[in-house]
Ligand binder design. Sequence first.
Ligand SMILES: [Zn+2]
Length: 264
Amino acid sequence: MSMELIDTHAHIDVAAFDADRNTVLSQCQQAGISHIVVPGIMAASWDRLKRICDFHDEPAPALYASFGLHPLYLAQHAPTDIDKLRKYVRQYQPVAVGEIGLDFYLKKLDRDRQLALFEAQLGIAAEASLPVLLHVRKSHDAVLACLRKIPVTGGICHAFNGSLQQAQHYIELGFKLGFGGMLTYERSHKLHHLAQQLPLKAIVLETDAPDMTVASHHGQRNSPEFLPECLHALAALRNEDIHTVAAQTTANAKAVLDFSRPAA
Ligand SMILES: [Zn+2]
């Protein structure tokens, strides 16, 4: 029985994949990965990201661009980048707005500036009826407050590591929760508990490549081709059949992301 998997978060556009991107993508195809969502992190890299996503070397997985201004790169974002984002969203119809959010872990990132940037981007997503891809670190309650103030059509809370209660709030707001390579580590007790307790309907798979590598490739570059290892870890934790988990997480990704949107 063949499987269809979706990597809902992989930075396949970055330089770490320049030398062997086509090889990686053909490995992904072999592994049953049909779609990869490529989140944008800063305006200067959106053109390159879009070019890479537009290039389809069949039968590799389809790559879906998302544009956004990542909170970790606050220092690189110019005020005019918000207008540029609005323009790119209108012109190129990305699958989502992201990667956006709040990072309260690193103290050097000004919280007020992050909030202003995040709310402006939520406004653009709301205007365009697009879902958002969220980066959330030590900031779930602040992010949830922003989502209540500026409602969007759902999305994915990437690399979810909050509480069950916070997860429930995201689910009520139309979000799925992304789980990836960290599930494969024995020491990830909190994540294991979440993966066991959450309804399967709320979970999507992701790798966050080239970061957050699976245990079997610890210390190496992460890659979307390792997505099946995340699937196996999730199925084992839940004591469910891998085909059931594959089919449901893929359906979940398709429920929040519209992969049928025509390319511009
Ligand atoms: Zn990311």
